[in-house]
Design a protein around this ligand. Structure first.
Ligand code: ADP
Length: 231
């Protein structure tokens, strides 16, 4: 699903964000990516989303060399993935229903399909009773669930979560991670960038730690994660 083959990224000003990064994530895997601030996590995610391209090396996502994608192919490429951000990025003057529906309307999905699909995906995240609530009427955990429903609306192969629990209480963070695990159990690849060792510890998934732009440890799922040595 995702391969980084000797990937380097140098930003203007000679800033080396990724430095010979190598990794492979199979379809259907659940992976935590850990790393301190400045390690290169955001650059890593931006490559997967094709918001940046490598200076050197090759990034392959869902069968595409991202540097070879034509500009007009990029929106279709991105639609194969759902993204969840730390700050939720919901539209404040839209209900939960409309936030999710909006993601479908912009791609010209028929209104009839939207009317079926939106309550369904909001139901998957346990919010069937909050369809008409506005973001400011929802808790942080609930807002992140709406964002997750929105990420699922196009039936993605891949969910990318960038610090998804960064703005949520610890007990609700656990629920969000459980939801991501449930999403993964139906075969969707999940990549979660986080710095929350405690959560990572509980879930016993694969943990890739990056530092100074490359992989410094890669612990397989099921292993006892002792945590934090590299950070
Ligand atoms: P992280 O997400 O782990 O904090 P980043 O990928 O954001 O790491 O950043 C890695 C390095 O690249 C940092 O030194 C950061 O300052 C630098 N960097 C990130 N984005 C840019 C950019 N657009 N232009 C210049 N330098 C950048």
């Amino acid at each position: 699903m995702i391969t980084f083959d000797h990937v380097s990224k140098v930003y203007p000003g000679d800033i080396q964000a990724l430095d010979d990064m190598n990794l492979h994530i199979e379809q259907g895997e659940f992976v935590f990516v850990l790393g301190r601030s400045g390690a290169g996590k955001s650059t890593f995610l931006k490559m997967i989303l094709r918001e940046e391209i490598p200076t050197d090396g090759v990034v392959r996502v869902a069968g595409h060399d991202i540097a070879q994608l034509k500009k007009k192919e990029v929106p279709y490429f991105r639609r194969q993935m759902g993204v969840v951000f730390q700050d939720f990025r919901l539209i404040p003057n839209m209900t939960a229903y409309d936030n999710v529906a909006f993601a479908m309307r912009v791609t010209n999905v028929p209104e009839k399909t939207i009317r079926n699909r939106v309550p369904y995906v909001l139901g998957l995240v346990g919010l069937e009773h909050k369809l008409n609530a506005y973001p400011n009427e929802l808790s942080g955990g609930e807002q992140q669930r709406v964002a997750l429903a929105r990420a699922l609306v196009h039936t993605p192969q891949l969910i990318i979560a960038d610090e998804p629990t960064g703005n949520i209480d610890p007990e609700l963070s656990y629920e969000i991670m459980e939801l991501l695990t449930a999403i993964n159990s139906v075969g969707i690849t999940v990549v979660v960038v986080t710095h929350e060792h405690e959560l990572v510890h509980r879930f016993k998934k694969r943990v890739i730690t990056i530092d100074k732009g490359h992989v410094v440890s890669d612990i397989p799922a099921g292993a006892e994660y002792t945590g934090g040595a590299e950070e």
